[in-house]
Every structure is written in structure tokens, then in C-alpha cells.
Design a protein around this ligand. Structure first.
Ligand code: ATP
Ligand code: MG
Length: 438
């Protein structure tokens, strides 16, 4: 029997160290330091969330969240390398070099009538910052697999919600009433999909049912938060599976409406997007860097290309120009859902506007493309298009080969040397410039 629908249970099942596989070897040294120091100072200290869940699944967790009964100020007093952050929740960040360990004080559930939490008209929590005890803290967590508490005092796991069994059965079960919990925070729909993709879990039918009517609530979520979530969804190494699940649960269209509209009627676009997602996953698995601007460019490519074509039919301009202009407009539309920082939209626009230039393989201007600061990204983008069959493979091979050539070889490739028998026309003097100089 699952008691996840029974908030308020105050007796956890305690799973002794001998009965579970969460080993301290799986927990980072820094997280252990924080746990031990809190414990020695007389506070309760638990590892919670993804750290425990992923350790149980032998997935080598990288991110560690700690829950304690010490207040943020008390945590700060214990650690020199500590900062308090957060508007919605006050959290302590303890820093060890590049690693940050997040320490959260136990919080009470957000649905008490007399507490310090607020809901908006859609039932969304907009503020909750009420400290509580562990047996209150557990009920505000999202899924049972995320609500396992690893106790540093004796290495046992405290489980109030049958999360231990759900992890073993690979089930994603919501704590409490799924519809109510999704209304409180619609991002939990995206989290459900993200965890299902990453962990290979089945989303419980009750959650799937509840999501069906609530996907539209994502429109109320601040666009900046959705950008953070977008990155987690697509840069964690499971982008393709996440994409399929997002579409299956009608969530993708809430995030990228223009993309969804094109995908549903354009198989070529779908195969291009898929190639890009697979490529992203491959890069993550090889520990190579991934930038959100690349996938954004992929997702917005067909909407931008279509708008660019219509701009060209109205006004005379180059293809590159029209792509840059169309990028502006489509990005502005997309910003209403997901805020896209300029440091990503500017390079994205450049990358897309360079695409027409790959068609030209003669002359200095063509060769200069190799020196463009956005060449690498634009080339990768073009290569994916050719993998998806949208660009001639010959052309893609040309641009691959010339990158490894010396300057003189390139001049041959781009047919820049004077051809025997043909006289080179003398350069015309630029009269205006010279007259200005005199
Ligand atoms: P990962 O770090 O792999 O993304 P995680 O489960 O640790 O997964 P975090 O976002 O780091 O996810 O959050 C830590 C924990 O905080 C979660 O496991 C969950 O218990 C709780 N939590 C985070 N976000 C929410 C939310 N939107 N609603 C309810 N609980 C949440
Ligand atoms: Mg985490």
C-alpha cells in the first residue's frame, strides 16, 4: 500500500544501512563534510533528493541536496564558505571550489491556512518559506523517489512515502493528489518527464491522467524559470527521450508552440530535430560542451526559414539578411514562453544567417567563411542538416575537407588561383574612396 496520498504521516520507515545500497563512496567529499559538520554541531542532517535516488540506482549522482533542521543563518555560522540565496526559498550554498552544496532548512507543507505561503488564482504557490520538521518537509516534495532522506547519523534511509519501493520498481509517483500538486507548481509536469527520461521510470497513471488537463498551466510559469528547466531537459544527456515524452504528454507545444506546429506537418524537420537531439546526447556522453543556442537554433529553424522566405517575397533582400530579421521576430515570440538570454540568441542568429553561405564554394568571400567567429557552430548545424538529408552530402564533405587544408590548398579548392589561359581582370580602383583620401 502506498501512503503517498496521506500527508501528515509522522513515522517513517527506517531502512537500516545493511538493507540498502547507498554507499558513502557515491556521495561527494564536500557533501559528506557538510553533513558531518551539521551533525557534529547537534543538528539533524540528511542527504535528500536526487543524490539519494541516483545513488540507489547506481547512477553516480553529481548534485547533492542537504536538508537540515538548522536555519539558514545557523548553517552560515558553521561554514565560512557559505552564502544565503533565494527569494522564494532561503537556501544556504556551501562552496568547495567549483562544487556547491545546497543546504535547505526543513519546510512545512504549503497548504496550511495560517502559514506564510501564498497561492495565486490557479493554485500555484508563489511564496512559501515556513520552517518545519522533517515529517512536514517530506510532503512538499514532488515525487516519492525524491523524498528519501539519508541520515548521516547512522547511514539509514528515512522513507515516509514508500519511495524506496517506487525506486526499486522504477515508478514515478506523485506525493499527495497529483492534480493539486501540479496546479501548485506546473513545472512538476516537466520534472516528471525529465526524471522518467533520465531514470527510465514509468510515470504513474494517476500523474499522466492529471497532466492531461493541466498542460496549459505552464503558460503561467515565469519564462526565466522555464529557461532553466529547458536546459535541464535538453542538456542532461537524455534529450531525445525527453523530447519524445514531452510530445507524448502534449508539453512540448507549450514550450515551443511554433516548433510543434511545424513538426506535426513536416517529417524532414522532425528528422533534423531528431538528429540534433541525438548529437546533443552523444556530446554529453562524451563530456563535450553543449550550448543551448544550438538546439534553440534547431527548434526555431523552420519557423525562421518560413518567415524569412515570406519577408523576401515582400522586399528585396539577401537570404542571410532575411534569416537574421526573421530570427528577431521568431525569438521575440518564443520569449513569451521561455526567456532566452541575449548571449544565446545573438550567436544563434549569426549561426542561422550563415547557412546560405555554405552553398557558395568559389572565391575569397566563400573562403572567408572559414574565418567567421561563428563558423564552427554554423558548420555543425549545416552538417546535421546534411545528416538529415537536407543538404547535399558532397557540399558537406567539401566544407569538412577544406578545414584541414593549408592556405594554398584552400586557394585551389575555392578556385582562387589565376586559371591558365584566362586573363585576370585588373582590379578597378575604388574612385570614391581615393577621392576622399586626396
Ligand atoms: P536532479 O538534481 O537530478 O535534477 P533532484 O531530484 O535532485 O534531481 P533538484 O531540482 O535538485 O532535483 O531538487 C532537489 C529536491 O528538491 C528534489 O528531489 C525534490 O525533493 C525537491 N524539489 C525540487 N523542485 C521541486 C518542485 N518543483 N516541487 C517539489 N519538490 C521539489
Ligand atoms: Mg538535485
Amino acid at each position: 500500500m502506498n501512503n503517498s496520498g496521506n500527508p501528515g504521516s509522522t513515522t517513517p520507515r527506517v531502512i537500516a544501512r545493511a538493507a540498502h545500497n547507498v554507499s558513502r563512496d557515491e556521495i561527494s567529499k564536500s557533501a559528506l563534510k557538510v553533513l558531518y559538520r551539521l551533525h557534529k554541531a547537534g543538528y539533524q542532517a540528511f542527504l535528500v533528493g536526487g543524490g539519494v535516488r541516483d545513488a540507489m540506482l547506481e547512477l553516480h549522482p553529481k548534485d547533492f541536496d542537504i536538508a537540515t533542521n538548522a536555519t539558514p543563518e545557523e548553517v552560515r555560522a558553521l561554514f565560512g564558505n557559505c552564502r544565503l540565496i533565494g527569494r522564494r526559498f532561503r537556501l544556504a550554498h556551501v562552496r568547495f571550489g567549483r562544487e556547491i552544496i545546497e543546504v535547505a532548512t526543513f519546510r512545512a507543507a504549503a497548504n496550511h491556512a495560517d502559514d506564510d505561503s501564498e497561492h495565486d488564482h490557479a493554485g500555484r504557490i508563489i511564496r512559501d518559506n515556513v520552517y518545519g520538521t522533517i515529517d512536514e518537509d517530506v510532503w512538499r516534495r514532488d515525487f516519492t523517489c525524491n523524498a528519501l532522506y539519508y541520515n548521516i547519523a547512522d547511514f539509514s534511509i528515512w522513507d515516509y512515502v514508500d519511495g524506496f519501493e517506487d525506486v526499486k520498481r522504477r515508478r514515478l509517483v506523485m506525493i499527495g493528489d497529483p492534480a493539486q500538486r501540479l496546479r501548485e507548481d506546473p513545472v512538476r509536469m516537466l520534472r516528471a518527464v525529465r526524471f522518467a527520461a533520465k531514470l527510465n521510470f514509468t510515470i504513474d497513471a494517476s500523474v499522466v491522467d492529471a497532466m492531461r488537463g493541466l498542460t496549459g498551466l505552464l503558460a503561467n510559469v515565469p519564462a526565466a524559470r522555464l529557461f532553466d528547466e529547458f536546459q535541464k531537459l535538453f542538456q542532461s544527456g537524455f534529450a531525445e527521450r525527453t523530447f519524445d515524452l514531452l510530445r507524448e504528454h502534449r508539453l512540448f507545444g507549450e514550450l515551443f508552440p511554433a516548433t510543434e506546429q511545424e513538426l506535426s506537418q513536416d517529417e524532414n524537420f522532425m528528422s533534423f530535430v531528431r538528429a540534433a537531439l541525438q548529437n546533443t546526447d552523444r556530446r554529453v556522453s562524451e563530456d563535450k560542451s553543449v550550448t543551448p543556442m544550438f538546439l534553440l537554433g534547431v527548434f526555431l529553424w523552420v519557423p525562421i526559414k518560413k518567415l524569412a522566405a515570406s519577408k523576401r517575397s515582400e522586399e528585396k533582400m539577401s537570404e542571410s539578411q532575411s534569416l537574421a530579421l526573421a530570427s528577431f521576430d521568431i525569438v521575440a515570440q518564443q520569449q513569451r514562453r521561455i526567456s532566452l538570454p541575449r548571449r544565446f540568441t545573438i550567436p544563434m542568429r549569426e549561426m542561422l544567417a550563415l547557412q546560405p553561405r555554405f552553398a557558395f564554394v568559389r572565391g575569397r568571400r566563400a573562403m572567408n567563411l572559414l574565418e567567421h567567429r561563428r563558423f564552427r557552430a554554423a558548420y555543425d548545424f549545416m552538417l546535421l542538416q546534411s545528416e538529415a538529408g537536407h543538404i547535399d552530402a558532397e557540399l558537406a564533405r567539401f566544407w569538412t575537407d577544406v578545414q584541414n587544408q593549408s592556405t594554398s590548398e584552400r586557394e585551389v579548392s575555392f578556385q582562387m588561383q589565376a586559371q591558365p589561359g584566362k586573363k585576370r581582370r585588373p582590379r578597378r580602383r575604388r574612385r570614391r574612396q581615393s577621392s576622399q583620401e586626396s
